[in-house]
Structures are given as structure tokens and as C-alpha cells.
Design a protein around this ligand. Structure first.
Ligand code: MF3
Ligand code: CO
Length: 269
């Protein structure tokens, strides 16, 4: 199966990506202290199915939920559950939706209420690094150019940890396809990018050490030092001059700014 899409296939896949954006937006509207993360998962699963999508995570190698919800020191693949959200939590919503033969897969990190300037900066820099990586997703560049750019900015400039064990990836008819897209690397190394390859670019950045481990549930990845981690992810179609972002943060950001329980002050840092 070719990794490269026709323009028609890209348009079809974009619908799946935008449904992920819409789902995360629905979560953004209701996020507040006092609710459980499981309630978010239940709402999202209903929303996805009502819109004709299938929550790809549910049942994927036994993953039990539709959303990955990772709070504070959790990096990725956290389980929704009885945990009650509180002021100051940093919460990443990551989900994958299958529709019309293609998966969309992306993630967004929110801050509930008040937090420290250090956390605000970590969220801001991680989001910026995603766009810095995306800029490299043009024809003829290599996966290492993306990773290099993300690592230089987050670790090189700010000294943050860049998680290496988990990586971005091709996304299409399968949730995870070639090539792997690490968030570190050497310029000019890795797989050459060609037009209409669709990849998930997803920096996972920690405030302290990049060391991680997996909880006993077999899924939840946490930082070893207990410091917070942030994760933003877009689906990107490689193009000649400028990559095309298939997912949409604008609708999420609108909901984020409209929800008084969420902290979006880092935009103006
Ligand atoms: N965006 C996550 C990833 O690419 C989604 C995983 S779904 C799960 O790893 F089921 F594996 F959690
Ligand atoms: Co992914």
C-alpha cells in the first residue's frame, strides 16, 4: 500500500482529522475543575459515534477508551477515569478517529485555571515547536529535519526534555504507518519526504528530565521526575512549498478562550 495519497484521498482523510479537532473542541467547552476525566471520555465517544466516526483508540491493542487523557506528569496514553480535575492541572487530550477508510490523530494540551509562569512557558514553547517542526515538512526534506528543528528549539533554546521513546508517524489507512518522525534528529537524516505523505508531528516535551516510565496499567507514560509534560500534535500533508495542516487548532483555541475555566494567557506571553 502506497504511503502517498492522491489529492482526493487527502481530502477524505482531512475529514477524519477535522472530526478529531471537533471532538477536542467539545472537550474544551466543558473542561473545568470538579469533573472526572472519564466523563470527558464518555461525552467524546458519543460525539464521535453520532458523527459517523469510530474511536480508533478504543480496543487498539487493548486500550480501553476513546480518548487518551494525560494529566500533569503523565506524558501520553493516560487512562480516563475517576480522577477529578483541579485548578492548575495540565491536561492533554489525544484521540484518533477512523472514518471513510482513514484515521485522523491529533492532540492538544490545556491548562485548567491558574498555574505558574514556568508551566505557561512550557505549554507555549511546546506548541510553538510543533509549528517549527511542521515548517520542515516539505518535499525533499527528511524526517530528521523535523526532529532537529523541534529539539533545537525546545531543548537547545529552553533546556526542556524531549521524549525520545515515542515518536510521530505516518497516519492513513492505519493509525501508525511509516515513516517514524522522532522529535530529535540530525539535519538531512531519515526518510525523504515526498508530496502527499501524511504524517503526525507530535512533540512530547517535559519540564525537567526526558526520562519516562510506564505505569502498571501498561499504557500511561509518566515523567520519571514527576514534573509536567506537554504534548501537541497535528496531522500534516507534505507539500512542495508549504505543508498542509489537515487538523485545525483554530476551533479548539476559540473554545479554549471562551471557557473561563481554562487558562490561555500564554498566548500573550
Ligand atoms: N496519538 C496516539 C498515538 O499515536 C494515540 C494512541 S491510541 C492508543 O500513539 F490506543 F494507543 F492509545
Ligand atoms: Co499519534
Amino acid at each position: 500500500m502506497s504511503l502517498y495519497r492522491t489529492n482526493e484521498e487527502v481530502a477524505i482523510q482531512k475529514e477524519s482529522c477535522l472530526m478529531v479537532s471537533a471532538t477536542i473542541t467539545e472537550v474544551a467547552k466543558i473542561l473545568k475543575p470538579g469533573i472526572t476525566t472519564l466523563s470527558l471520555d464518555e461525552m467524546a465517544e458519543t460525539f464521535i459515534r453520532d458523527n459517523g466516526g469510530i474511536p480508533s483508540c478504543k480496543g487498539y491493542h487493548g486500550f480501553p477508551y476513546s480518548l487518551c487523557i494525560s494529566v500533569n506528569e503523565q506524558v501520553v496514553h493516560g487512562f480516563p477515569g475517576k480522577y477529578v480535575l483541579k485548578d492548575g492541572d495540565v491536561i492533554t487530550i489525544d484521540t484518533v478517529i477512523y472514518k471513510n477508510g482513514f484515521h485522523g490523530d491529533h492532540a492538544y494540551t490545556f491548562i485548567i485555571g491558574e498555574t505558574t509562569p514556568e508551566v505557561l512557558q512550557l505549554v507555549k514553547v511546546t506548541k510553538e515547536s510543533l509549528y517549527i517542526g511542521i515548517k520542515q515538512a516539505t518535499t525533499g526534506n527528511r524526517t530528521g529535519d523535523i526532529g532537529y528543528a523541534i529539539d533545537q528549539y525546545t531543548n537547545g533554546k529552553y533546556g526542556y526534555g524531549v521524549v525520545r521513546e515515542m515518536v510521530g508517524h505516518g497516519v492513513g489507512r492505519e493509525m501508525h504507518e511509516d515513516p517514524q518522525v522522532p522529535n530529535y534528529g540530525r539535519r538531512g537524516s531519515g526518510k525523504k519526504l515526498q508530496e502527499n505523505l501524511v504524517i503526525a508531528i507530535e512533540p512530547m516535551i517535559t519540564m525537567g528530565s526526558r526520562k519516562i516510565y510506564t505505569l502498571d496499567d501498561g499504557w500511561t507514560i509518566v515523567t520519571a521526575d514527576g514534573l509536567p509534560a506537554v504534548h501537541f500534535e497535528h496531522n500534516v500533508c507534505v507539500k512542495k512549498d508549504a505543508p498542509e495542516i489537515l487538523s485545525d487548532f483554530n476551533i479548539i483555541e476559540q473554545a479554549e478562550k471562551a471557557n473561563a475555566n481554562l487558562n490561555s494567557s500564554y498566548y500573550s506571553l
